[in-house]
Design a protein around this ligand. Structure first.
Ligand SMILES: Nc1ncnc2c1ncn2[C@@H]1O[C@H](COP(=O)(O)OP(=O)(O)OP(=O)(O)O)[C@@H](O)[C@H]1O
Ligand SMILES: Nc1ncnc2c1ncn2[C@@H]1O[C@H](COP(=O)(O)OP(=O)(O)OP(=O)(O)O)[C@@H](O)[C@H]1O
Ligand SMILES: [Mg+2]
Ligand SMILES: [Mg+2]
Lengths: 224, 224
């Protein structure tokens, strides 16, 4: 489903170079649940952004369903990101001027879903993350964990085949963290959704079929 | 050192009212290390903001060293926030257009510290959180955990008497989380700094002398 081939990412900062990814190879099958762990700065967010087509590698390739992302037009990439991939970011997930409900509706607007269906589905998704009483709040009127839960609901809006989640439970208490990880597990069980979760929490990492360990921009090991 | 008396905070959202704090009483002695735990949405960030004078309660009072915050002028409040209190926010800690070094220098500019002393101290603080090789990076060029560590360094810039930290280790791996909590413990041991940390991580909460539990806007219990 997702294949990364020798990904290298070098950032330039002034005269200095940061080797964020030093040759990453990864294959994730359809319906697999993978978690990625590793120290702060080890390259997890960088890898996730490149896998989701949000950033380009300096060298190497990403294939989604056998198609090389670097050979796609911007329109094709945008369509994949809208319909195929649900992304939960580590920060800044929500549009500050839209309510929780409107934030969850946004991907459905791009997918040209009808107004009533959008509202109905957005409400249902917010209920599933326990936020039915916060639908009309702006992000600034939500707690940190509530903002994160809205982001998760939004990532699910278009029934994506792949979910890429960067620290989806970082702001959540234990009960909500387990709830989110169970929700992701069920999506995989019931709908064959492919899931890649970056996390620092080994308890959450264990929901996956395999745990991939990163260090200094490389994959250094795997636990199943 | 810090005393909260019957704090009530009600937010209005459209016609609805959110009872974020329903009567919170808390006393923290000088040199005490307190952690606050509780479910997502239970009022932890709201409480911390009010304790630090960043927000006003709907009812009730906060006293810092016996002085009622609501009786202070804006100048007096600003001075307390600059010199006495170091604040680590749950999100959006850093000014996006300033480098890591400049972000840590900022509170010292307000405190009128000389340019050389500021630079020297900012470098030293960034080294203490393991970021001496990222000083000239902008926040967008830092990983999530690196941004959080810069925020912690900045909170320490003016040698505050009180540190209020909202999820300071939420983005950090285990090694860095323990490093930060040990740094805070040492500040308390060596300099009598008063520390209040909001956290979801019970392992981190245990660094404190006492753990205060919040639920639905109230303090419901305490573990020592
Ligand atoms: N500006 C605001 N306007 C309206 N409601 C708000 C506002 N800020 C917070 N709230 C509400 O107040 C409640 C408490 O929020 P708070 O941010 O204090 O929770 P928290 O304990 O820090 O949660 P988390 O662990 O998720 O960060 C939440 O239900 C939230 O929706
Ligand atoms: N835009 C950028 N420009 C320069 N350097 C960058 C940029 N983005 C990230 N980096 C650097 O690349 C490295 C990897 O960053 P990345 O965000 O992938 O780490 P991470 O594993 O997600 O860390 P965390 O657990 O702290 O979120 C870091 O050392 C960071 O400083
Ligand atoms: Mg990251
Ligand atoms: Mg909070």
């Amino acid at each position: 489903m997702i294949k990364a081939e020798n990904l290298i990412k070098i950032y330039k900062v002034g005269d200095a170079e940061v080797n964020a990814l030093g040759g990453v190879n990864l294959e994730v099958e359809k319906g697999e649940f993978v978690s990625i762990v590793g120290a702060s700065g080890s390259g997890k967010s960088t890898l996730l952004h490149i896998l989701g087509g949000l950033d380009k590698p300096t060298e190497g390739s990403v294939y989604i369903d056998g198609r090389n992302l670097s050979e796609m037009s911007d329109d094709e990439l945008a369509e994949i990101r809208c319909l195929k991939i649900g992304f939960v970011f580590q920060f800044h997930n929500l549009i500050p001027t839209l309510t929780a409900l409107e934030n969850v509706e946004l991907p459905m607007i791009f997918a040209k879903v009808s107004t009533e269906e959008r509202k109905r589905r957005a409400k249902k998704l917010l209920e599933s993350v326990g936020l039915d009483d916060r639908m009309n709040h702006l992000p600034s009127q939500l707690s940190g964990g509530q903002q994160q839960r809205v982001a998760i609901a939004r990532a699910l809006a278009n029934n994506p085949e792949v979910i890429l989640a960067d620290e989806p439970t970082g702001e959540l208490d234990s009960k909500n963290s387990h709830l989110i990880m169970k929700t992701l597990s069920e999506l995989r069980e019931n709908y064959g959704v492919t899931i890649i979760v970056v996390t620092h929490d080994m308890e959450m990492a264990k929901y996956a079929d395999r745990i991939i360990k990163m260090k200094d921009g490389k994959i250094v090991g795997e636990i199943s």
